[in-house]
Design a protein around this ligand. Sequence first.
Ligand code: AVJ
Length: 327
Amino acid sequence: GSPAIVFGAYHLKKDKTDNFYKDVISGLRSTPKRLNSKYFYDAKGDKIFQEIMNCQEYYPTRCEMEIFSEKTAELAEAIIAEGDGFDLIELGAGDATKSLYLLEYLLKQKTDFTYLPIDISGNVINYLTDNLPVTLPGLKIQGLNGEYFEMLKEAAAMSQRRKVVMFLGSNIGNMTAGDAAAFCKTLREHLAEGDMVLMGFDLKKNPKTVLAAYNDSEGITKRFNLNLLERINRELHADFHLSKFDHYATYDPETGACKSYLVSLEDQEVTIGKEHIRFRKDEYIYMEISQKFTVLQTEQIADNAGFKAINCFFDSKKWFLDAIWMA
Ligand code: AVJ
């Protein structure tokens, strides 16, 4: 039957500022200090991330774009193979540039599907639900603004159809190995047998290539990191001096962990609401991990979570992998 879905966007009503404040305070009260990179994506952060994706050194987007533009038919056929009439859910959809290739192809084939983008950024969801129906006439779209699994539950409550969940751009790399394993297990629990996952992984490669992508010469990634301090200033009434912090990126080819830090350039105290946080000179805030994988590791993650890895799509350099898993 047809899905009980209308055009539009669903926005999480819960007080998000509250979670943001709690996470920031507990992160900055920890030793070592840390902030969660999921908070990078406010309106300005979304814009800076666009700049990152367009910059010379940041290769992952171009690699995955090549897969989606050059192997559209193969990707679509692998997805359709399990039957027509499905919900195509995208976790962390962003501007959906890569998915557009797939959506356009599926529409041309008169495939019966609804596209459900999920994103933590309300701006992203508004943009997609406003623009995609214009770019792709006939597209059924339901935007979901909020956390992945809360919104996945919303999606499941809306329709009983087969699910194909896309998690692209190596977004999974923003989790530690343990968190990624737990995430995939939880994802599997939210799915039924026959459902599919299309997961993007940034693969291990020359360490200089990886590091340059997170340490770009124009300092876009530095601005991306500092923007979170600016967001905290604005939304949580704090007084970070951005010029008193510097960006430091590192890549360890052994573990595949690429990490970003903001380093305090002097002894200083920052006020956030009624909290006071002390920084020693050279003390760092751990901002983000962007994990790189071997193909074998991705298969082990699938296995361990109860998925069957059934298909691998690589770019021509084999720098990036889009894997299809079956629940
Ligand atoms: C959106 C999580 C895939 O980790 O490569 C880019 C975010 N951070 N440059 C990544 C990011 C710094 C990006 N992901």
